[in-house]
Ligand binder design. Structure first.
Ligand code: MN
Length: 721
């Protein structure tokens, strides 16, 4: 029978308190939007991270189990469509499908609440680590702080359904297990450490760098402080086996065999052979390769995206538009780790003091280091430093409180803890992020999914790729993981060029995409052996149509060209919200691929914050439209406009438009979308673009497009060619 010691009871009690606190704080957002209909679908709040729809697609497919993949060889391949990029083999999809199978909640509820409960598990290793240091109060305080600290909250809040929900939990368990291993030298922690590495690698394949740093640190720790202790080498060997670059089950086999051997003293004489074998196994299986590749990536950071073979096309890189990558100000960095600059600095001092008092905490340095990488590598890394610095703060609080006794001590500890929690609570209260899509958009996708075939393509900007695939179960050309300059070019081209050019490009790009999948599959060995370059679709098209200059090929798209055989239907998904990013979308195709020169920026301006001043309408601080003369004033320049267009919905929700031609010498048109409360100023090229013509004006070419769903928030068309 299991009897709990007083210490174990206290540990359990603290874990329960911290877990409940972490979950409760994540319900604040749920209550804030509990009645807000635009955030709901199928009677549940929708998720608020785009990437979540990727895992959700995989889980949905695993559960539905009705794939139409004719090439299915592997078990998993039977659950989805060929080349639909559904991530059925990923851990996040599999764990989600598992929960959906065993729990009595809807799928929508599962994905929405998974981050709430899984991320809160972080309190367990935190409190257990503190137990090893014989300071349970420090564990409780650190757990309360770490579980809700700014960036950890942001990336694990309700609806933030992404791998982050376990990305700190698993390495913290790893840290717990190596700390206990080093401190107690008990055999069981050899197994825990190895199993944690296996699970962590399954969940997050990029975990190798952190595992490798832990390995290096234990090696250094062993060599410096504890050279004669055989246990350390057992730990290192079993970690190496767990870190090999082979299938998880093979590694599990090695780990179990090593554990069996290490438990028996009579085999200790073979320990060094086993250690050497594990290191060899690690290198021979290519365990070091991803680490080496990453190091190389840092040293030779490459920003040029042209290829040196073939036509050497120059594409726009996504990095040029992503803001996350740049340097971040110190205050943001500190806030995201500890909730406040002052708390951050005190936590850091507390951490140094903790290292001095508890040498074993040196093992937590890789996590702190990875967190500090955020300073150069981007905000998303800050979460790794959160629990480590929470220890620093919690340690100081308990040390200071030691000066007092009895109730005063308890009161003091509580006050200080509330003080460090407060800025993080304020952040949570104010952090009202929206869901990825709103209910109207999702209704459109739901309806589209019922009309479209699962092998059809839906074309839209990459931002909308994952949600489109999740709600409509179709294929997309671009998504949150597939959006290089070469992939984005044709999509950007379609959205910002004429209907004829867009239609031709759509058929070409979809068929070329499918053919490329086929080619890569059929010639897999050849491609790997000869290291063949896979060219962009646009380069292949250029060559196939007999051109050496892509610009000449693109010019032919305005005419009737011979298109590849149609293998499936193609839909265009054109949301109103794309108005906000139209200029960014345009960047990707507004360049000369032959030399990388950027084209003239399109004139595009949207205003929702306009004022009727009687004779004029003010669109922005110094942009006015004169109602009588229909002239446009931009700063101190006054110019005529080409046309004034007003769109509005009738009672039967039919879109009507009034077009007033004003001056043909002007390049700029004004579009007033009355029901959207939006003014647009666009140049002639933008006016004629597929997006403006089909989404804003519903001026579609009947030979090329057929309207499918005409909701105000999204217009969906089917390609007829
Ligand atoms: Mn599919």
């Amino acid at each position: 029978m299991l009897t709990l010691t007083a210490e174990n009871k206290k540990t359990l009690f603290y874990i329960l308190i911290a877990f409940a606190f972490s979950v409760a704080m994540r319900f604040i957002w749920v209550y804030q939007f509990g009645d807000y209909a635009p955030f709901h679908f199928h009677n549940q709040l929708m998720i608020n991270t785009n990437d979540g729809y990727f895992w959700a697609e995989g889980a949905r497919d695993l559960l539905s189990g009705t794939g139409t993949n004719p090439d299915a060889k592997e078990f998993y391949d039977k659950f989805h469509q060929l080349n639909d990029l559904s991530p059925v083999t990923t851990a996040a999809a599999q764990l989600t499908a598992f929960f959906a199978k065993i729990l009595p909640f809807s799928f929508e509820s599962i994905i929405f609440y998974m981050p709430v409960f899984l991320s809160s598990l972080v309190v367990i290793p935190i409190i257990l680590i503190a137990k090893a240091l014989k300071n349970l109060e420090m564990g409780l305080i650190a757990a309360l702080l770490a579980s809700i600290a700014w960036s950890y909250y942001n990336r694990t809040m309700a609806g933030y359904y992404d791998t982050d929900m376990l990305n700190i939990v698993l390495p913290m368990f790893l840290l717990w297990s190596i700390i206990w291993a080093v401190k107690t030298n008990k055999d069981i922690y050899l197994l825990f450490t190895a199993l944690d590495i296996l699970v962590y690698r399954w969940w997050y394949p990029q975990s190798y760098s952190l595992e490798f740093s832990f390995f290096g640190l234990i090696l250094a720790y062993a060599l410096i402080f504890d050279r004669k202790n055989l246990y350390n080498y057992k730990l290192l060997a079993i970690m190496m086996f767990a870190m090999m670059n082979t299938h998880g089950y093979i590694r599990l086999g090695f780990v179990l065999a090593a554990f069996y051997t290490f438990k028996q003293e009579k085999y200790d004489k073979y320990l060094y052979y086993i250690l050497v074998a594990s290191v060899l196994g690690f290198f021979v299986t290519g365990g070091f390769e991803p680490i080496w590749a990453q190091l190389k990536g840092y040293v030779f950071r490459d920003s040029v995206s042209s290829t040196d073979k073939g036509l050497g096309l120059h594409f726009f890189t996504v990095m040029q538009t992503v803001r996350e990558a740049g340097h971040i100000p110190f205050e943001t960095f500190a806030n995201r780790i500890s909730g406040n600059t002052v708390t951050f600095i005190i936590s850091l001092l507390g951490y140094v003091y903790l290292l001095y008092k508890q040498r074993v905490m040196i093992l937590s340095l890789p996590l702190l280091g990875l967190g500090f990488l955020a300073y150069v590598g981007g905000l998303r890394f800050t979460i790794y430093a959160v629990p480590i610095l929470a220890f620093g703060m919690a340690f100081l609080i308990t040390e200071i409180s030691q000066k007092f006794i009895g109730k005063i001590k308890f009161l003091f500890m509580m006050l200080l803890t509330l003080g460090v929690l407060y800025p993080n609570y304020k952040h949570i209260e104010a952090y009202k992020v929206p869901t990825v899509f709103n209910a109207n958009e999702v209704k459109v996708l739901d309806a589209l999914g019922k009309k479209a075939n699962r092998d059809d393509y839906v074309i839209s900007w990459w931002d909308y790729g994952y949600p489109i695939r999740y709600y409509a179960d179709v294929k997309t050309l671009a998504d949150g993981g597939k959006h290089s300059g070469a992939v984005n070019f044709p999509v950007s081209y379609m959205l910002t060029h004429t209907q004829k050019e867009a239609a031709n490009m759509a058929r070409l790009d979809v068929e070329y995409t499918e053919n490329k999948f086929k080619f890569q599959k059929e010639h897999k060995k050849e491609i790997e052996d000869k290291n063949l370059t896979i060219f962009s679709n646009i380069e292949d098209m250029t060559k196939d149509y007999g051109f050496k200059n892509t610009n000449n090929f693109l010019r032919t798209l305005a005419s009737n060209i011979k298109l590849p055989k149609k293998t499936r239907d193609i839909y265009f998904y054109l949301p109103y919200r794309m108005i906000n990013i139209y200029p960014t979308v345009a960047l990707f195709s507004n360049l000369n691929l032959m030399n990388g020169a950027k084209g003239k920026q399109p004139f595009f301006f949207a205003s929702r914050n306009f004022k009727d001043l009687g004779s004029k309408i003010q669109l922005a601080q110094n942009i006015f439209v004169d109602k009588r003369t229909l002239q446009l004033t931009l700063g101190n320049k006054t110019l005529p406009i080409r046309r004034f267009v007003k769109t509005y919905y009738t009672k039967g929700m039919q879109l009507h438009k009034e077009v007033q031609l004003v001056n043909f010498s002007s390049d700029i048109s004004v579009i007033y979308m009355q029901n959207y409360n939006t003014f647009l100023l666009v140049d002639e090229k933008t006016y004629n673009s597929l997006y403006i013509q089909l989404m804003v004006l519903q001026n579609y070419d009947k030979n090329l497009f057929e309207p499918v769903i005409m909701a105000p928030s999204v217009k969906v068309y089917k390609l007829k060619i």
